[in-house]
Design a protein. Structure first.
Length: 261
């Protein structure tokens, strides 16, 4: 059983451990959020500027690159958080036996898992902030409103970090992560209003898109960057909060079953 009384501020020590390790490779890892938005903007801006004249979002006409740019931040948040609590956490758990060592200390299992999730949200927030500043240089972010990306990225990171931890708890081997990526991450990447408005989809597909956490995250990133939105921001925030809390609980159960024999 999950006991929330086992969670204290000791989880910060695990978060700090991950930060110390990450400081050795941060320069290489930060090249991705630094260069990725520039590549996307150049590729889509040059490749689609003669094919897509423009579109309407939130009742306002937008160029395609202006519509697509904020979605890059949401995608980055999803990937950074999800891959941290799947592949990276699995390596620490299964191959490096880091979790086993931590569980011989006063740390509880709940604190270790919570620290992993918070760390994934921290990485996602840092990457999102870098991408926001880069996109701001291209004129695709309105400041200072664009800085709301920081708390939003942490919330989105928690949402995708928790669901990633759930999959880590039920995935038998590291090779099997291809399944949740193919069946869960890829459909969201394509059909969450990232590269075209959800309103262009059939009615049934629009309904499906509404249950994707990435859809709500992308809606909020566009609101922060452009001040435009098609879904009530409070609904999207509430959705991400409930999603994160549900999968935090499920992730703790799955990891306890896996680690406590």
């Amino acid at each position: 059983m999950i006991d929330l009384n086992n969670i204290s501020w000791r989880f910060v020590s695990v978060w700090r451990r991950n930060l110390i390790v990450y400081r050795k490779i941060w320069k290489v890892n930060f090249m991705v959020p630094l260069l990725e938005p520039a590549f996307y903007i150049l590729a889509f801006g040059l490749g689609f500027q003669g094919l897509v004249e423009g579109l309407t979002y939130g009742g306002q006409p937008l160029t395609y690159t202006r519509f697509m740019a904020p979605a890059l931040i949401g995608i980055s948040i999803m990937y950074n958080a999800f891959f941290e609590t799947t592949y990276n956490s699995f390596v620490r758990m299964y191959y490096q036996k880091t979790f086993d060592g931590m569980m011989t200390t006063p740390l509880s299992l709940e604190e270790i898992i919570l620290a992993e999730i918070v760390w994934s949200a921290t990485k996602a927030t840092a990457a999102a902030l870098i991408m926001t500043l880069v996109l701001g240089l291209f004129g695709f972010v309105v400041f200072p409103q664009g800085l709301l990306i920081v708390p939003l990225a942490f919330l989105g990171g928690l949402a995708f970090g928790t669901v990633g931890m759930f999959f880590t708890g039920i995935t038998p081997s590291i090779d099997m992560f291809n399944l949740p990526i193919f069946l869960f991450i890829t459909p969201m990447f394509l059909f969450s209003g990232t590269f075209f408005p959800v309103t262009q989809l059939p009615a049934w597909a629009q309904s499906v898109a509404l249950v994707f956490p990435l859809y709500h995250l992308v809606e909020l990133t566009r609101y922060c960057c452009l001040g435009l939105v098609e879904t009530n921001p409070l609904i999207s925030i509430a959705f991400l909060l409930v999603f994160a809390l549900c999968f935090l609980f499920l992730g703790l159960i799955a990891m306890r079953r896996r680690l406590i024999k």
